[in-house]
Design a protein around this ligand. Structure first.
Ligand code: GLN
Length: 274
């Protein structure tokens, strides 16, 4: 006898519960992907026959800790469907607080810069809610290809420019111009941090690790922000939950006033630099 979608999801959720905090949701997303339909569509057709072998294969990949977003090739961020590959960090819900802060502080921004754009998540979410033009950098050409593709799919291609830049290289800001708003979710994980296998084994190390204290990238980026901002410009930076004080010190040393924002879980998540 063949399983229904509902049965197959239940079994898979049990199988995944040992290794995932979101086992039921994971199983639903994988089933929708196997069926080639949206999750909401799937939820109203639960009694149909499960696509057994395809689904089982996807569940095995998830059981081996591959992120859902890598398996489905997609992650929703700030209501936008974004393409994701192993060249990019998977956009996190926690980062949506940066988009909210940016839109609140600079709703009429004319030019927005995203440093280390990855999938393009921060920039594209901001541009989809304002009229600004955007520039995004990344040192990974693979990530830039994903970000460009996302911009095109969202109809934002004409307002965005993606440039390959590595802020560890001299002259990395040359020709970028000046901006009302700079956003960035740079690497900030301590080199010896114990990460979940879902992150450690699948997401790009170059998007995560930032030296012994996780501060190397802030130390390079923050001193250059003055040159990238017009007078009155604002920077919104993602930080790790324990880094508010140390990154604030770096920012004040560069002459910025600093305010802190928390994410939905109440953890320190973003610094506003003015
Ligand atoms: N928030 C990511 C994590 O939890 C880290 C992102 C980053 O280094 N910018 O792994």
């Amino acid at each position: 006898m063949t399983d229904t979608v509902a049965d197959a999801i239940r079994t898979a959720a049990e199988r995944l519960s040992a290794t995932s905090d979101t086992a039921r949701l994971d199983a639903e997303l994988l089933m929708a992907h196997a069926l080639g339909i949206s999750r909401s569509r799937m939820l109203i057709t639960m009694m149909r026959e499960a696509p057994a072998p395809t689904f089982a294969e996807l569940v095995e990949r998830r059981a081996a800790r591959e992120p859902i977003a890598h398996i489905t090739g997609e992650q929703e961020f700030f209501g936008l469907p974004l393409r994701v590959t192993s060249d990019t960090l998977v956009p996190r819900g926690d980062s949506e607080v940066l988009v909210e802060a940016a839109l609140e502080l600079k709703p009429d921004a004319a030019r927005v810069l995203d440093l280390g754009t990855g999938t393009g998540a921060l920039l594209l979410a901001i541009l989809s809610h304002c009229k600004a033009e955007g520039v995004a950098t990344d040192r990974s050409s693979g990530a830039l290809a994903v970000a460009r593709d996302n911009a095109e799919r969202l109809g934002l291609g004409a307002r965005t420019r993606f440039v390959e830049r590595d802020w560890t290289q001299e002259g990395w800001i040359d020709g970028l111009g000046q901006f009302d708003l700079v956003v960035s979710n740079p690497p900030y994980v301590e080199n010896d941090a114990a990460l979940e296998p879902d992150v450690r084994d699948y997401e790009p190390a170059s998007a995560l690790f930032a030296g012994p204290e996780g501060l190397d990238d802030y130390r390079v980026i923050i001193p250059e922000l003055g040159k990238l901002l017009i007078p009155g410009g604002v920077t919104v930076l993602e930080i790790g939950a324990t880094q508010a004080d140390s990154v604030s010190v770096i920012a004040r040393d560069s002459g910025f006033d600093v305010t802190l924002r928390h994410d939905l879980a109440g953890r320190p998540r973003a610094l506003i630099l003015r």
